[in-house]
Design a protein around this ligand. Structure first.
Ligand code: ZN
Ligand code: ZN
Length: 173
């Protein structure tokens, strides 16, 4: 279903990123302060153990690897490193490319993207482009892929924070 799962973790006020590769059966923890996070691997194994009991699909032989994150040199950019590392992983580029020197520009870049997303919602058509009957006022976001759809086009009556769109239903059923 998914190739990897990204799990941001707040470890005593410090943000780190756990990445589970389902195909490799590897759990990587990216920490910009290079701490030891075996305990989260243990949490993962515990979760998998319960899951294996409940499911016919057995996911076994897990391995823990310390992910390569650039080192954070200040006291407030751990969250920035989490997002930079996550974006590098999704785009399949080396995580070490993003460094402390990029944090400030990266923060602005994220802000801009979030604001653009807000602006997009004022546009007329939604992400069901071909059959969109917009403009409509009410929107809903897919909890899985983040697409914004008109509630009318998606044929949704009630706001639902765990709504999954038609595209994701088709992909992941
Ligand atoms: Zn629409
Ligand atoms: Zn979706």
């Amino acid at each position: 279903m998914f190739s990897c799962i990204l799990l941001p973790i707040c470890d005593n006020g410090h943000w780190i990123l756990m990445v589970v590769s389902l195909s490799e059966r590897i759990v990587r923890v990216y920490d910009s302060l290079r701490g030891d996070h075996q305990k989260y691997f243990c949490h993962w194994l515990f979760f998998i153990c319960l899951r294996n009991k409940a499911s016919v699909e057995k996911l076994e032989n897990w391995q823990f690897v310390r992910g390569c994150s650039s080192k954070q040199e200040d006291g407030n950019n751990c969250g920035t490193f989490v997002i930079m590392n996550a974006e590098a992983i999704i785009k399949n580029i080396p995580t070490l490319v993003m460094r402390q020197a990029h944090c400030e520009t990266y923060r602005k870049y994220v802000t801009k993207r979030l604001l653009m997303e807000g602006k997009r919602r004022n546009e007329e058509t939604c992400d069901i482009v071909e059959s969109c009957s917009g403009p409509h006022k009410k929107w809903i976001q897919c909890d899985c892929c983040g697409k914004w759809l008109h509630m009318k086009c998606a044929q949704v009556k009630k706001v639902d924070p765990s709504y999954v769109c038609v595209f994701c239903c088709a992909l992941y059923k």
